[in-house]
Design a protein around this ligand. Structure first.
Ligand code: CMC
Length: 414
């Protein structure tokens, strides 16, 4: 209806002055914005051939960096020196405790969390909003204030996750005063806050690597959401709360929980003895027939495989195979055996590869991490990417306001 809307605009005295004509916009329309460049970033680059955080390739980071170093890289913009890293770590440790009102809120919804009526992702989203109310910089969008707020959120999100797990499990809150154990790094402290037990170095490293892999991924749905919010010159806490809501969906970060739920469903249906047999193929065939989406598979950008998936798969499989102390015991490996069969069928039949959420589900499950916390743990990492993008947006802002293709009624009289 471009002609009639132009007529309406002229008759009301507004001449159309768009820099891009309606015809040009129509020519670049793409459903779901597939293949559209919607902005610029120096934070991350992703393509089928690789994934780089500020120029550092993901295998290099997973092998040689710690999550704290990657967090510094994303938030402060460069690889930290030893002194900078020490300063950063102590800032984060100091910011771990929650304001008592936020802890009280988590305790107040403990019954809903325990019954499953409230899910940790939603409680975390509300907790982030509450953290905004208690943050002295909440309404300040300057670069310095945004960096301070980003570090506070990075520090406090594991504490929120731990406190939620404590109320779900009915144990006393761990780390109410200090936000955990000051001697522990970020990943180890997250596990400690959730369980009250210091994890082995191996467990802490696996979670650390998963946080590195999850930290940043350019204009994915949740980061784009955060940038849209920041682009109106709204604040960081609001942008992060919006990012959490977007990440929760099963087509995005929620897939790590759903991938594990799907494997449990297959295991229930085919039984342990069915692994490696045609029973799994039959299950998959039925899923294909009903056009069911298999969670943890596929990706908008990586059509030939997600670079992060094999890294996490190898780490998780090693834990499952070698660590008989893991909560799944020696049976934990069966989840990887089942997962590998599912992956092979998916590749053979559909040519669709697993994304990072598939091995994440099996890995966290092997380690005994409760499934509803998988996506909140994703948040504990992605906060760094979101915050880096919000700061980048605020530093060079133009409101993000695309067009739509109108498919409704033609103009008519009321
Ligand atoms: N299971 C079954 N079929 C699939 C899947 C899947 N997981 N993924 C894609 N396809 C099919 C899809 O049905 C379509 O087939 P057809 O052309 O016959 O309609 C074809 O492959 C192309 O897929 P698409 O829907 O155009 O892909 P998209 O780029 O729009 O969506 C996606 C990408 C990730 C949302 C989608 O692959 C999906 O829903 N995957 C399952 C959820 C998931 O694992 N999400 C995690 C994403 S990666 C990390 C993260 O963000 O956390």
């Amino acid at each position: 209806m471009s002609g009639s809307s132009t007529a309406a605009a002229s008759s009301s005295g507004f001449a159309p002055t768009a820099a891009i004509s309606k015809e040009q916009a129509e020519a670049i329309y793409s459903r779901g914005l597939e293949g559209i460049i919607a902005g610029e970033t120096a934070v991350c680059s992703i393509e089928q051939g690789g994934l780089w955080y500020r120029g550092y390739e993901i295998h290099d980071l997973a092998n040689s960096a710690t999550f704290e170093e990657v967090a510094f890289l994303l938030l402060e913009g460069h690889k930290p020196s030893a002194a900078e890293l020490a300063r950063f770590k102590s800032e984060i440790v100091a910011e771990r405790p929650l304001h008592p009102s936020v802890t009280a809120f988590i305790e107040s919804v403990g019954g809903f969390l325990a019954s499953g009526r409230a899910v940790p992702m939603d409680v975390l989203r509300t907790a982030i909003s509450m953290l905004g109310h208690t943050d002295p910089d909440a309404q300040d969008n300057s670069a310095q204030a945004n960096l301070r707020k980003s570090k506070r959120l990075l520090a406090k999100i594991p504490t929120v996750i731990g406190h939620m797990q404590n109320v779900i499990d009915g144990r006393a809150i761990i780390g109410r005063e200090h936000g955990g154990d000051k001697s522990l790094g970020h990943a180890a402290n997250l596990l400690y806050l959730m369980t009250g037990r210091q994890p082995s170095a191996e467990y802490a490293r696996v979670v650390d690597v998963s946080l590195i892999l999850y930290a940043e991924h350019d204009f994915n749905a949740s980061t784009f959401t955060s940038r849209v919010i920041a682009g109106t010159l709204s604040d960081l806490h609001g942008a992060v709360a919006g990012g959490i809501a977007a990440l929760k969906g099963p087509l995005h970060g929620g897939a790590n929980e759903m991938a594990m739920e799907m494997l449990k469903e297959i295991m229930r249906d085919v039984g342990e003895k069915g692994i490696g047999t045609p029973a799994v193929e039959q299950w998959m065939h039925k899923a294909f027939e009903t056009k069911r989406k298999l969670m943890g598979f596929g990706h908008r950008v990586y059509k030939n495989g997600d670079h992060r998936a094999p890294i996490l798969h190898a780490l998780g499989r090693t834990i499952a195979a070698t660590d008989t102390q893991n909560p799944g015991g020696h049976h934990a490996l069966r989840w990887f055996e089942l997962g590998e069969q599912v992956q092979k069928i998916m590749l053979d039949r559909k040519n669709i590869h697993p994304n990072v959420d598939f091995p994440c589900g099996m890995t966290y499950f092997t380690m005994g991490i409760p499934v509803p916390q998988y996506t909140p743990i994703f948040v504990a990492s992605r906060i760094t990417g979101w915050a880096a993008h919000v700061m980048e947006q605020h530093a060079n802002n133009r409101i993000i306001r695309p067009l739509s293709r109108y498919t409704g009624e033609p103009p008519r009289k009321w």
